[in-house]
Ligand binder design. Sequence first.
Ligand SMILES: [Fe+2]
Length: 389
Amino acid sequence: MENTHNFMMPKINLIGVGAIKDLSAELLDFKLGKALIVTDKNMIDLGYVDRIETLLKSLFITYDIFDGIMHEPTVSFVETGLDYFTKGLNVLKRDYNLVISVGGGSNHDCAKAIAVVATNGGSITDYEGYNKIAKPAVPVICINTTGGSGAEVTMTAIIGEPNRKVKMAITSPELMPAISVNDPMFMVSMPRQVTASSGIDVIVHAIEAYVSTEASPITDSLSIGAIRIAYKYLPRAYENGYDMEAREQMMFASVMAGMAFNNAGLGYAHALAHQLGGFYHQMHGNYSAILLPHVLEFNAPSIPDERIFKIAEAMLIQATDKTEAADKIFNALQKLNETVGISKGLQQLGLTTDDMEQLAVNALDDLTTFVNPRKGTVEDLVNILKAAL
Ligand SMILES: [Fe+2]
């Protein structure tokens, strides 16, 4: 039986405390080039962008800064960022040959989208779906400052389309960053709520990738490793943001889970979380974290026993049969949500019964549904939303 896998990741991944120092050597090829830094005002206030500016100046790389990203990327943010490619705001000509994203998943996704449309033309909405981008993008470097999205190592951008109230998933090898940088020094000031939301999303990424129909032995080992690490260290990183060991471990878990889901895909927790984000605009990880136990419960009949046991084992859960293991995983995930201050249900994050059917319909169009281990109907997804309300 044919069963092939194409494993993709950025060509260069700089990881660990002080990793940012190694970026200079990787940027030598861009010496005398022009860069667009894509970021948000908070990254500037924290001094992170300043550090990148110093590095670029030392290499005689000129740059401009687009700091217009807020909370979650939308089509209009991408268009505003793209304006920098065509409209001169100062004496520099705008033919950038590098895009540098500083921030979390929102900034990376926006930067990846800008880099693709800059060379391919049209609008980012033209590329919604899988593999619709023809030309290579401007090279993107993602300097990550959160512990969870994995966007710095994935070939997907999630971009909000407010007119349709959806979050578009755009997936293509052309969206893969050239270089990812994960240096925990950029993560110490991450607010507690972001540590919780992005950190718990690591576990959702890892578990969804592990039970995906596209999982392979490579993604399995990354997924299980990420579950084991994140389950242990997230409460510590949440409790004390200056716990560098916990921050570093969460960073590794995030990268591992990102590489796993980039190649194995996700599932209904993400399909629904994307759509909930499109409607109610709360932090993505809060939605996925609340949904995961209920999605796992729905998926359980289609997940091989051995895989349930392996997830349980990674969470230090002992059980004698599949039902007991699944129940204990369900309870442990909810307990972890509680420990890191995630809301108990989706109602607190905006969900109303009236919107459920539309959300379920939208979710079934999301790219992430195609590898979910159990096929669901609109009614099934509505029931998952009801259970998570
Ligand atoms: Fe996620």
